[in-house]
Design a binder for this molecule. Structure first.
Ligand SMILES: [Mn+2]
Length: 348
């Protein structure tokens, strides 16, 4: 468990900051963590970090552009040491991916430092720090397949967003309005940078989740509208993936890039609907395939890491949910290795 003092110290630094800058992973967890901190502070620039798991020198120009006095890095598994070394501004890194050994981080807030089984989401820790915007905290936690301890309090306030009988994260995602909000938020984080920025600005200003669900003000309408456009693409891909679903142990589905990267959401939902299978969803863009891999029944990260060896590929993430990038020409061999290793685990 992360020490109360660390959480308090982070809040103090945020309170004192005159120009905080937030780098955050552009998924639901990273974004909700950002929203919780940013809404509390009332100002500060936010930079979504897309794609690659590392915050690296590509983002160095943001320091000169915004001239921050405090930097948050949220939900990014890695920060290039060179990036840390070159910056003369304190960095607070809140994350829940495998522990890294960077030097020069002011506060490294990662539950895995204290308990190898505690990988509660970045959003969860942001909420522990701020203790506000519980509805945003619920969205980020449920998106990361975790039901936080404050669920009962939340249900009392919003019974129709999260009914009392919901006990597991899969149900929470696919049978509740909080789950719908996860999808709404996720789809708003995709697409053109300028559109994503508009969505984020709306989310900073919305105080009631029903404004989104019912589209009852102009921010809510904008968010709902972008969601509905994305959802058409999503449903189409989902149907194709399910039709291809013949194998007993594996559900493997790839689709060509269409500017709407939704492998992660697809993989998570397919895993919920097909809990006995290893799920691999890949988006093919030019010569590369970006993969989302899920297996709730068995750990899958080691299988992934072994399968990418020597293939000019990368992979990583959580034990039961991870991602990888594989050159298209190596996809077949990757899948073959992955299946062999997974079948060994099934038989064991
Ligand atoms: Mn996360």
């Amino acid at each position: 468990m992360i020490d109360e003092k660390i959480l308090k110290d982070i809040k103090k630094l945020l309170d004192k900051a005159e120009n905080p800058l937030f780098f955050f992973d552009d998924d639901c967890d990273g974004t909700c963590a950002y929203l919780i901190l940013r809404r509390y502070k009332g100002f500060g620039y936010g930079v979504p970090v897309k794609g690659k798991p590392e915050l690296n020198m590509e983002f160095y120009n943001k320091i000169g552009e915004f001239n921050p006095d405090l930097i948050f890095v949220l939900d990014k598994p890695k920060i290039a040491q060179e990036f840390v070394d070159k910056i003369n501004v304190p960095i607070i890194w809140i994350d829940h991916h495998p522990v890294q050994n960077n030097k020069g981080i002011k506060i490294y807030c990662n539950p895995l430092l204290y308990d190898i089984n505690d990988n509660r989401s970045t959003t969860f820790w942001a909420h522990e720090i701020i203790k506000k915007d519980m509805w945003i905290a619920m969205i980020g936690c449920v998106a990361d397949y975790h039901i936080p301890y404050f669920v009962n309090e939340f249900t009392k306030e919003y019974p129709d967003l999260f009914p009392i009988n919901i006990k597991n994260p899969g149900e929470a995602l696919y049978e509740t309005n909080i789950g719908k909000l996860v999808k709404i938020l996720s789809f708003n984080l995709k697409g053109k940078t300028s559109e994503v920025r508009k969505s984020l600005n709306c989310l900073i200003n919305i105080n009631d989740p029903y404004d989104i669900l019912n589209g009852s003000n102009k921010e809510g309408i904008f968010i709902l509208d972008r969601y509905e456009k994305g959802n058409l693409i999503y449903i189409d891909l989902y149907k194709k993936a399910i039709i291809n679903n013949k194998d007993k142990n594996f559900l493997i589905f790839t689709y060509p890039d269409n500017g709407f990267a939704t492998s992660s959401e697809l993989a998570t939902e397919l895993q919920y609907r097909c809990p006995d299978k290893y799920v691999i969803v890949g988006r093919v863009k030019e010569d590369n395939v970006t993969l989302s891999i899920r297996c709730n029944k068995r750990p899958v990260r080691d299988i992934l890491l072994k399968s990418v060896e020597g293939l000019n590929a990368y992979g990583g993430g959580h034990l039961h949910a991870c991602g990888a990038g594989v050159p298209k020409e190596n996809l077949e061999i990757f899948i073959k290795r992955f299946k062999e290793l997974a079948l060994k685990d099934i038989k064991a």
